[in-house]
Ligand binder design. Structure first.
Ligand SMILES: *Cc1c(COP(=O)(O)O)cnc(C)c1O
Length: 398
């Protein structure tokens, strides 16, 4: 077999293969350079790593366990194990990255934090960590999302953050990200921008991956301790791609482990109403990086749809684009309907209520082409579903 075209880190130009890089205004280059240098120093500093680890243990509640899913296994003829990121403080994986980046901001002497958020999960994680470290926090959120996710807006305010509604464009995540970038360009001296996924200009995709790789590093060890071998396959949902890359990274060097990422198929791939850039998009530039994205023939970003706000994004992290093109990972999509079915299936069979995002990953366990009978698979449960129960109740009418 030909060795996969995979490098563990981006090249000097910040690229994973052809993807990534830095497409930013000149004013941001010094800040990105500083961030890259500071991260390298911190990541190689045992004291920084120990401090990061201590917060993950004592504040987030890591390590999260793996759970054998006997009833899902029975139903599918697979051997299914679940990595429990839903058990983290604030209910998802996002806090791993928020803590790491806040510690970096402190090292750089930046005490003002900004972030973008879609559904509000990354905003809540960032507001939480800013409260913990006493940092000033501003979160940009599309106006439409502030209405859809009222409760998370309140949470962020309760945690002491300022929430700025963004009324440009489609009034959603893409526009909130534009606004956060604009703020950063203006206030870069005293401000650090905590991007919530493995997207944006170099070095963000690399930094966020390193802070999230604890998911896969733990899983690999736990699986070997419990079963004395590696799984045959790992599967995770892909929005920007941070939970997936954090989970996949530990397994990329093992060619025996199949890697599957699941995008949002929305109303169906044929409908055009989806958020599946790896499955159906073309490479282009968005938010400072070159990667697969959903665009029209003129290169304009096209509207996305998913029942899950966390997957409702037209772009994806550059490293996923490399994993796709090299053939090392397989990307597929699950529709809104399939995800909602999976949500109910996992709840009834395992007593676990998954986030809408995560439900997309569970949905593909029914696919015997991807996972032949007997496959030993680990699903990353990126978050719990409490935040989605209002919407679920309206749709499912149980
Ligand atoms: C934000 C979120 C996602 C999507 O973001 P990624 O960067 O792709 O991980 C997935 N699951 C949950 C629970 C989320 O909160």
């Amino acid at each position: 077999m030909i060795a996969p075209l995979y490098s563990d880190r981006p090249d000097a130009a910040g690229r994973f293969g052809a993807f990534g890089g830095r497409y930013v205004p000149e004013t941001l280059v010094p800040a990105l350079d500083q961030l890259e240098q500071e991260f390298e120093k911190a990541w190689n500093d045992p004291a920084f790593r120990a401090e990061f680890q201590q917060y993950l243990v004592e504040y987030v509640g890591r390590p999260t366990p793996i759970t054998e899913a006997r009833r899902l296994s029975e139903d599918t003829g697979l051997h299914v194990v679940i990595k429990r990121e839903d058990l983290n403080h604030t209910g998802a994986h996002k806090i791993n990255n928020a803590i790491g980046q806040c510690l970096l901001a402190l090292r750089m002497g930046k005490r003002r934090i900004i972030a973008e958020t879609g559904a509000g999960q990354h905003g809540v994680a960032t507001a939480t960590v800013c409260a913990l470290f006493g940092l000033d926090c501003t979160v940009y959120m599309g106006e439409e999302d502030t209405v859809r996710q009222e409760l998370n807006v309140f949470r962020m305010k309760l945690l002491g953050a300022k929430v700025v509604p963004v009324s440009s464009g489609t009034k959603t995540l893409k526009d909130a990200t534009n606004e956060a970038m604009r703020d950063w360009v203006t206030n870069v001296r005293d401000t650090h921008y905590i991007i919530g996924s493995v997207v944006g200009p170099h070095p963000f995709p690399y930094i966020v991956r390193q802070f999230q790789r604890v998911i896969g590093d733990e899983t690999r060890q736990q699986y070997q301790d419990r079963y004395g071998r590696l799984p045959d396959a790992v599967v995770a949902c892909v929005g920007g791609g941070s939970n997936a890359i954090g989970f996949f990274t530990a397994f990329v060097p093992d060619p025996s482990v199949k890697i599957v990422g699941v995008e949002a198929g929305g109303l169906g791939l044929a409908s055009g109403q989806h958020a599946a850039p790896l499955t159906l998009g073309q490479p282009g530039v968005l938010h400072g990086a070159y990667s697969y994205l959903m665009q029209d023939d003129d290169g304009q970003i096209i509207g996305t749809h998913s029942v899950s706000a966390g997957l409702d994004y037209p772009g994806v992290g550059p490293e996923h684009s490399q994993l796709k093109d090299s053939g090392r990972a397989t990307y597929t999509a699950a529709t809104d309907e399939e995800a909602l079915d999976a949500l109910q299936w996992v709840a009834r069979k395992e007593g676990l209520i998954a986030a809408f995002e995560t439900s997309h990953a569970f949905a593909v366990l029914h696919n015997r082409d991807l996972f032949p009978t007997g496959t030993r698979v680990v699903v990353n449960m990126s978050g719990r579903g409490d935040k989605d129960m209002g919407t679920a109740a309206q749709i499912l009418k149980l």
